[in-house]
Design a protein around this ligand. Structure first.
Ligand code: MRU
Length: 355
């Protein structure tokens, strides 16, 4: 991968650098986040998006926020940290990696203070930055392992369909859904990828096709409503998508349109795979009906680029995610194992292995 979706620059007074994904593919530019507000805005407006990348970004976001804690006592610094974490956790509701990473940072900070009650605030900040870097490097490793565990699913000359962007742009590493594809390419397997455009914000057309094609992978973009017809023609051998949150029973929230694809896949007898790290599982939720679904501005639907395409005053429906029932999923590719038996018990076992 010749680009870095996000990276930290400097020490505890450093900054977070992000690719501005709103501008791709027309412009490659980066955002320098020196404060938590810039990061919050980047997550909210999808300059930084994709569940694992949001989690890694949020962990670094706390480090940005803690620049304002340098003169505080340790107790005051923890109060300050909690405020920053609460603020970031209100940026987007569905991807559980955001909350997972913030919890990890909070636990690490509390443990540090418990063990080192006399330490300076700078030492606490160093400890938080080091935990954020650990989350970042573990995410890279998780992506590589997902690639390894999903590689066997891509047979020579496979035609794969994917939705949204669950690639390098959505993680700190090579991606989740796209990781087995990059692994297959490295292994010399020949295959082709169809990419759903992914209305309304075009993550497939703008982002997935950008990263796949610049890696030299055979890539074809289609509008979302063309996928069923392609399947009926026998043009799709398997589908791999990412996830924003997976409930204890395997029900999976992912980009809006994923559910419809899973129904079409079932109808056409096409294997449907979800690729996600164990940090994307939320075992506190019994099933997918409990996953909070983000509703976004109607303007994302009523305007195509700058052009208004819906008359004034018409109501708009714009959920950012939907939930695919576990029954429609053939297997879940995680960094620890390929979960083929999608049951509560097996999911709990594999998640435990990963974390
Ligand atoms: O709204 P987005 O672009 O953040 O949605 C992203 C997705 O739905 C991805 O498929 C998911 O986060 C997995 S990314 C590895």
């Amino acid at each position: 991968m010749k680009f870095q979706t996000l990276h930290w620059q400097g020490g505890i007074d450093g900054q977070l650098i992000l690719i501005d994904q709103r501008r791709l593919p027309n412009e490659f530019s980066e955002i320098v986040c020196s404060d938590i507000e810039t990061l919050y805005d980047s997550i909210k407006t999808l300059a930084l998006r994709g569940a694992p990348a949001i989690g890694v970004g949020a962990a670094y976001g706390v480090c940005l926020h803690m620049k304002g804690a340098a003169a505080l006592s340790l107790q005051e610094a923890i109060v300050h940290l909690n405020k920053g974490a609460d603020y970031l956790s209100s940026s987007r509701p569905t991807a559980v990696n955001l909350f997972w990473a913030l919890e990890r940072i909070k636990n690490t900070a509390n443990e540090f203070v418990r063990r080192n009650p006399e330490a300076s605030c700078d030492k606490l900040r160093e400890c938080i930055l080091s935990e954020a870097k650990k989350i970042d490097s573990q995410d890279k490793q998780m992506c590589n392992n997902i690639g390894h565990n999903g590689l066997e699913l891509i047979k020579p000359n496979s035609k794969i369909l994917t939705h949204c962007n669950a690639g390098a742009l959505a993680t700190a590493g090579v991606g989740t859904a796209l990781a087995p594809m990059y692994a297959a390419q490295r292994a010399g397997v020949n295959f082709k990828v169809y990419v759903d455009e992914t209305r309304p914000l075009l993550q497939g057309a703008r982002l997935t096709s950008w990263e796949l094609s610049r890696s030299g992978i055979d890539t074809t973009v289609l509008c979302d409503n063309m996928a069923g017809w392609l399947m009926s023609k026998g043009e799709i051998d398997l589908i791999i998508v990412g996830a924003d949150r997976i409930a204890a029973n395997g029900d999976t929230a992912n980009k809006i349109g994923t559910y419809s694809l899973s129904v079409l896949a079932k109808h056409h007898n096409i294997p449907f795979y979800v690729a996600a790290p164990t940090s994307t599982f939320d075992l506190s939720l019994e099933n997918g009906t409990l996953i909070p679904i983000e509703q976004r501005s109607g303007l994302e639907v009523s305007c195509f680029s700058e052009t208004q395409t819906v008359p004034d005053g018409v109501d708009i429906f714009n959920p950012a995610f939907d939930v695919t029932p576990a029954a429609n999923i053939t297997a879940i590719i995680t960094e620890s194992a390929l979960i083929e038996d999608i049951s509560k018990k097996e999911i709990a076992r594999v998640v435990d292995l990963g974390l």
